[in-house]
Design a protein around this ligand. Structure first.
Ligand code: ATP
Length: 292
């Protein structure tokens, strides 16, 4: 029996950092939503007591460093599972891009193994285990749209945002989330995103307000390190995007548009500038992500 699980990318509609906590983590406030750019995680039971992982992208680690491997190991040890598993990850989400690809693979592995190993855990329990792997994993366990607080692991689910197209462009650089947070200096003039307005935009399905409320406190830091991020934002805006923002710690930048006619124009403008451009839709609500 094989189980295939969809692992969608996430984008940040807002990302705010409130302060640095005594434990070293940053206290954040983020509105996140899933898009239909996704990896696929396949799981097969193994009679032997081992975890074997392969990934379609050779540059992604296939051992303990892989978040999906960590997820399997955590479940196995915590619940004394004697069976092994073979994991295959078909990568579509760009790596180290600010789209939580690794976290989503870990979450998909948790959901899939819960079924394969008949553990009967709730999503809340899986999310709690996921938080041990990374701050974005709990959101990815639920999928859909949520306000994430704490270090990102406290999830309040929201309704889906107004439907729209998302054009994502990733400049050819990998960004270390730790480096970006390390370079963040919060000061009085730091422009914080209007999280309350974004929540209102989602609640009232106001696409215009959603575009006006996009904001990411890490953008300034990443733009300083990688000026291409600003150039992509400017190109998207000049090509007719309704809203533009960098996702997570970057470097991926996304444009939101409601009219399909604009999608091709923005896509073409970007393709002359960067190779990795993707067109997706906001998924927004958690769908049945276990495919078989
Ligand atoms: P986030 O938005 O949560 O910070 P990201 O999209 O910026 O995530 P990832 O694509 O998850 O970053 O990759 C970050 C690092 O994690 C990479 O250096 C990569 O080697 C490692 N990694 C571990 N597991 C995976 C995985 N399953 N897929 C991709 N990268 C992984």
């Amino acid at each position: 029996m094989r189980i295939s699980v969809k692992a969608p990318a996430k984008i940040n509609l807002t990302l705010d950092v409130l302060y640095k906590r005594p434990d070293g983590y940053h206290e954040v406030e983020m509105v996140m939503t899933t898009v239909d750019l996704a990896d696929r995680v396949d799981l097969w039971p193994l009679a032997s007591d081992e975890i074997r992982l392969e990934c379609s992208a050779s540059y992604v680690p296939d051992d303990m460093r892989n978040h999906a491997y960590k997820a399997a190991l955590l479940l196995k040890e915590r619940f004394g599972v004697k069976q092994g598993v073979r994991i295959y990850i078909e990568k579509q989400i760009p790596v180290a891009a600010g789209l939580a690809g690794g976290s989503s693979d870990a979450a998909a592995t948790l959901r899939g193994l819960n079924k394969l190993w008949e553990l009967g855990l709730s999503l809340d329990e899986l999310a709690e285990i996921g938080a041990e792997i990374g701050s974005d994993v709990p959101f990815c366990v639920y999928g859909g749209t949520a306000l994430a607080t704490g270090r990102g692991e406290k999830i309040a689910l929201l309704q889906a945002p107004p439907p729209c197209w998302v054009i994502l462009a990733k400049p050819p650089i990998g960004v270390s989330t730790a480096d970006v947070y390390g370079n963040l200096r919060l000061h009085e003039g730091t422009p914080h995103p209007p999280t309350g307005d974004m929540l209102a935009a989602v609640r009232t399905q106001d696409f215009g307000l959603m575009c006006r409320s996009l904001g990411n406190v890490l953008e300034e830091v990443t733009v300083e390190l990688y000026p291409q991020v600003r150039q992509i934002k400017e190109l998207m805006a000049a090509s007719g995007a309704d809203g533009v923002l960098m996702s997570g710690s970057g470097p991926t930048v996304f444009a939101l548009v409601q009219k399909e006619a604009k999608v091709q124009r923005i896509y073409n403008a970007l393709r002359g500038f960067v190779k990795d451009v993707y067109v997706a839709r906001i998924l927004g609500c958690a769908e049945a992500e276990i495919l078989a």
